[in-house]
Each structure stands twice: as structure tokens, then as C-alpha cells.
Design a binder for this molecule. Structure first.
Ligand code: ZN
Length: 240
């Protein structure tokens, strides 16, 4: 059995469809989402429909949470503020209810999923180094956990100490724990514009993070046509 694990879709329908097609071609039959389905790009409802119709496990991301609040957006930077106001106006009552009911942390089969960190999942802090990862590992009760939020794929391994791997693939070993950032499907920020997601191969006990091609032009055109900030279209090409 193979799981496709993806997140930080951020309403980029073209990227989500490309991830699902690629995962299917790799033999994935199961899907799992680590949150931030909405926010930034032009198709929040369509992305929510796909995730909902697949019935796959999903955890809540900070944008999923923000999108259903009525609170002021004064604390956000202007780009995020404009995108969030637009997103809030797109969502149906059904969309809002779906997002409201998402949990912060879930266990799926033998692994855990969370959007940000396991130590403070509702505070939306970022795991950007092995010390942050160490804090999360203290609350990780399965061998394997997938997360997102930084939009940068990374594999942390905990043996006697915690280290970040250079490579984007790992075979799971007994006695070790793995905290794996699957990267972002819809808005990568590691300087590589290609959507990222992970495949967990249960039989072979390995995880690989894939980077794939997609119709970026259409995604960018839709952002501009929707009246969203042009920078949100531009940054997709930069991968930042
Ligand atoms: Zn995000």
C-alpha cells in the first residue's frame, strides 16, 4: 500500500491535480493532507471539494483556521491580508463547516499528521532546524509523522541525536523516529517552483519526497484574473 501525503495546497488547483495524477501513476491508493488547503491562490472551493470527495484524513492548517474566522486581519502582511479577505468571501457554509471540524493532530494507520509542530500544534510555530524538530519529537508517539507549514521539504531522523537528512528519501529503521515535512503542493518556498509531496510505501517501509511538473501558467493567470495580488502569481515561478 502506498500513501500520497501532501499539504500547503493553498488553493492551487493545477498543482493539486498534478500531485494526484503523479501519485496515482506511482501506485498510490491512499491520500492524506497535512493542511492549508486554502489561502493565496484562486481555487479554494475546488481544492476543498477534491479533498472532501476523496474522504482522506486532513488536519487543520493556519490558513484553514484563519479563513473561517471573522476576526480582523490587521496582524497579517498586506499580501496575506488581501488574499485572506478574498478567500473568506469565496467559501460556502459547507466549506466553513468542513474547515471548522478539522483536528490539529491525527493518527492515520501507524503514523501521525500535523500541520505545524507536535509540541504546540495550535500556535503555528515553524520547525526550521533540528532543535525545533527535537521539541516535536518529544510529543511524537508513532515512529513516523508528516507535517508541513514551512513549505520546505525536510526529513528529520531521531536516533541517539536528531539530524536533518540531505537526501529526500529514507528507509525506516527500527528504533528511529522520523518527522517529515512533505513540502508544499501549491506554493513551494525552497527556491524550487515544482510542487512537492511525499509517498509512504508501507510494504517497503520507505518515504520519498517527489517534485513534479504542473501547469503553472494557468495557476498564475487565475490568480491575476481573480484580482488577487500579482505578487502571489509571480512568487509561484520563484518558488519563494
Ligand atoms: Zn501554508
Amino acid at each position: 500500500m502506498k500513501y500520497a501525503i501532501f499539504g500547503d495546497i493553498h488553493a492551487n488547483l493545477e498543482a493539486l491535480e498534478a500531485v494526484l495524477a503523479h501519485a496515482s501513476a506511482q501506485g498510490c491508493t491512499e491520500h492524506v493532507c497535512v493542511g492549508d488547503v486554502v489561502g493565496y491562490a484562486a481555487n479554494p472551493r475546488e481544492c476543498l471539494d477534491i479533498v472532501r470527495q476523496m474522504g482522506c484524513p486532513v488536519v487543520k492548517g493556519n490558513h484553514d483556521e484563519e479563513a473561517i474566522l471573522d476576526t480582523s486581519l490587521e496582524g497579517l502582511n498586506p499580501l496575506a491580508k488581501q488574499a485572506m479577505e478574498w478567500t473568506r468571501n469565496q467559501l460556502s457554509p459547507e466549506d466553513r463547516e468542513f474547515l471548522a471540524n478539522l483536528k490539529l493532530v491525527r493518527q492515520v494507520r501507524d503514523f501521525t499528521i500535523v500541520h505545524s509542530t507536535l509540541d504546540t500544534p495550535g500556535s503555528w510555530t515553524y520547525v526550521t532546524n533540528k532543535f525545533d524538530a527535537m521539541a516535536s519529537f518529544s510529543y511524537q508517539f508513532t515512529q513516523l509523522c508528516f507535517y508541513g507549514h514551512t513549505h520546505t521539504p525536510r526529513i528529520y531522523v531521531k536516533g541517539d541525536s536528531v539530524e536533518a537528512l540531505e537526501e529526500m528519501t529514507v528507509t525506516l529503521e527500527m528504533g528511529r523516529k522520523y518527522f517529515i515535512n512533505v513540502g508544499s503542493a501549491g506554493q513551494p518556498r525552497d527556491g524550487d517552483w515544482r510542487p512537492a509531496y511525499a509517498i509512504y510505501d508501507v510494504e517497503n517501509q520507505n518515504v520519498t519526497i517527489h517534485r513534479i511538473d504542473y501547469d503553472i501558467q494557468t495557476a498564475q493567470d487565475k490568480i491575476i484574473d481573480a484580482g488577487l495580488p500579482e505578487m502571489l502569481a509571480h512568487r509561484l515561478s520563484l518558488g519563494k
